[in-house]
Design a protein around this ligand. Structure first.
Ligand code: DGT
Ligand code: CA
Ligand code: CA
Ligand code: ZN
Length: 579
């Protein structure tokens, strides 16, 4: 994880240098080093400690020195100074799609445009047209894009927020007198984007809890602090609310602040039918007698229901299911037996096959599938037929060395615009698992896109459609096609649809996954790991699957490896929903 932070630091360094108009060679050296560090599979701390860092290709003496400072101090003096000289709002402009450091440098240094707001005003007033770094075409695009950018960046991706919230909840749990602490809100429901983080702590005396919480090194700013509620900003503008409640009220508060609001309204209506009112402190009966609820199960029991998993609390039929005793046993991370989609150094991954397999074993998986890109994906160093054959030999060697973990050989093959694939049927027939994905020609007319996807689904050797909609959270919407028709085709042929668990994708989303499973299509939850650490993303896919009401039996990679291979070996169309 330190590697990611170090790589981001070097990127930030490059941005700051470029905005200050530094020598282009120096800027390039930082960008290069950032890429190298990101691709390292050894911990940067170890490399610094052993002095090996000097020998890493692309990392010169000066940058190695900065990395040492970063590892030792957790910060880099020169970087902090640079950042202090340039307003944070200038860096914020870098997050606008199509606005790079060169443009920001020109906007800020030559025209005094120092924030996204200023950029939007200038675009709308037509002042960017005459600026060489922008021009009339891009100005027009910015006028259209900036309001959407604002909308998207108001919420943050789950994968960015969850680790921060876990650290802060653990910090709150360690405060004096805290009996329980838990994050609530949209985060606990596993929504793909998060507005703000809501943390609850159970304690008799709130004062020492607040003091302890505010002392966290992660707190950048305090928005407001009262007796039982404190709001802070962390991680560059993410708001976190901490609420301290009495232990006997913890369950009622947790249910209330987990939401969703729509779910809460329904639960409150059920309470009213029983002559009770319900708020974040518990129940009140007609005689005005308090009935606190220390656990969430108490809350649900009082309204005559079984406990409902947070991911289902969206008022999408979960109360009716609870009434009928038909709540599904939702899939859990531990149900996943193997990985069906992963990359290696052979294409655009950062780990060798051995590294990826070792990481899979460390996570307790029973199998790992190498699915590097096919040659049509040139920017990702996709494999030719010859390289795929050579890779098969390496996979074979890893099989022998893998101590029980089964290494499967697959491909993430390109779906070409006409729906055909860029490996021959003969080659595909020889692979254990075929993931077919779209990485280009996103803007075909919807009818054509639908035909393209269905052709891939109906291909005799395609097992899984990778990231089926192509959306990137906060960056781009998916391509447009007839979702229902595609889901039906997948169900009819027995082709799995992926929940790509990479936090920037989460594709397909909860609603689509639920419909797919309803229609009887298999779902595969895949990390799409490009680095050994990426296997950890599986948890985000699991949250999405739980929001889709999926059970272990709905998911292809909960099968033991022999059952999986036997199922995949059946000719299409093959039946899934029988399980
Ligand atoms: P977010 O932060 O936009 O990602 O979404 P949430 O669901 O975390 O919403 P937030 O932070 O505004 O409030 C947390 C929970 O508190 C929410 O899920 C339900 C509860 N809550 C907030 N306001 C109300 C309200 O006016 N009525 C009811 N019944 N519940 C509310
Ligand atoms: Ca929230
Ligand atoms: Ca909130
Ligand atoms: Zn992939």
């Amino acid at each position: 994880m330190l590697n990611k932070a170090a790589s981001e630091l070097l990127q930030g360094f490059a941005d700051a240098l470029e905005i200050r108009g530094a020598n282009t060679f120096r800027v390039r050296a930082f960008r290069n080093a950032a890429r190298r560090v990101d691709a390292l599979t050894t911990d940067i701390g170890e490399l610094v400690e052993s002095g090996e860092i000097q020998n890493v290709k692309g990392i010169g003496k000066a940058i190695a020195g900065l990395l040492r400072e970063f590892v030792d101090q957790g910060r880099v003096e020169e970087f902090d100074q640079m950042r202090a000289e340039i307003p944070a709002s200038v860096f914020e402009m870098l997050r606008v799609p199509g606005v790079g450091p060169k443009t920001v440098a020109a906007l800020y240094n030559d025209h005094g445009i120092d924030s996204v707001d200023a950029l939007e005003a200038a675009a709308r007033e037509g002042r960017l047209a005459s600026i060489k770094a922008v021009g009339p075409k891009r100005q027009e695009r910015l006028v259209k894009e900036l309001p959407r950018f604002r909308e998207r960046t108001a919420r943050r991706p789950l994968g960015e927020v969850l680790p921060i919230a876990e650290r802060l909840a653990a910090h709150a749990a360690a405060a004096p007198g805290v009996e329980a602490a838990q994050y609530a809100g949209s985060l606990r429901r596993g929504r793909e984007t998060i507005g703000d983080v809501d943390i609850l702590a159970a304690a008799r005396d709130p004062a020492p809890v607040m003091r302890h919480f505010l002392a966290s090194a992660e707190v950048d700013d305090v928005v407001g602090s009262g007796h039982t509620k404190t709001s802070v900003l962390v991680g560059g503008g993410l708001q976190v609310d901490l609420l301290v409640v009495a232990p006997e009220e913890f369950g009622a508060a947790l249910a209330y602040f987990t939401g969703s609001k729509e779910h809460n309204i329904e639960i409150r209506a059920r309470a009213q039918q029983r002559g009770l009112s319900l708020n974040e402190r518990g129940f009140l009966d007609a005689a005005g007698v308090r009935r606190p609820a220390a656990t969430e199960a108490d809350v649900y029991a009082t309204v005559g229901m079984p406990w409902i998993a947070p991911e289902m609390r969206e008022n999408r039929g979960e109360l009716a299911a609870a009434d009928e005793g038909a709540l599904p046993a939702l899939i859990e991370l531990g149900d996943i037996r193997g990985e069906l989609h992963g990359h290696s150094l052979w294409s655009d991954g950062a780990g060798s096959i051995a590294d990826m397999v070792a990481a899979a074993r460390a996570r307790g998986l029973e199998y790992f599938t190498v699915t590097d890109h096919s040659h049509g994906q040139r920017v990702a160093n996709g494999l030719s037929a010859e390289r795929l054959a050579a890779q098969a030999e390496e996979v074979e060697r890893e099989r022998e060395a893998s101590c029980g973990l089964r290494v499967l050989h697959g491909s993430e093959v390109e779906i070409l615009p006409d729906g055909s694939l860029d490996f021959s049927d003969e080659i595909l027939a020889g692979l254990d698992v075929v993931v077919a994905s779209i990485h280009s020609h996103f803007t075909l007319p919807p009818e054509q896109m639908t035909r393209r996807l269905i052709a891939a689904i109906e291909h005799p050797h395609v097992d899984i459609i990778g990231h089926p909609t192509g959306r990137m959270l906060g960056r781009r919407d998916g391509y447009v096609f007839d979702v229902e028709a595609v889901l039906r085709a997948a169900a009819a042929s027995g082709t799995a649809l992926e929940i790509n668990a990479a936090p920037e994708r989460l594709d397909v989303n909860d609603v689509t996954a639920r419909r797919a499973a309803e229609l009887g299509a298999p779902i595969s939850i895949n990390s799409d790991a490009h680095h050994p650490n990426d296997l950890a993303s599986m948890r985000y896919g699991i949250l999405t699957a739980r929001r889709a009401w999926l059970r272990a039996a709905d998911v292809l990679n909960t099968l033991p490896v022999d059952d999986l291979l036997a199922w995949l070996a059946q000719p299409k169309p093959r039946q899934w929903s029988a399980r």
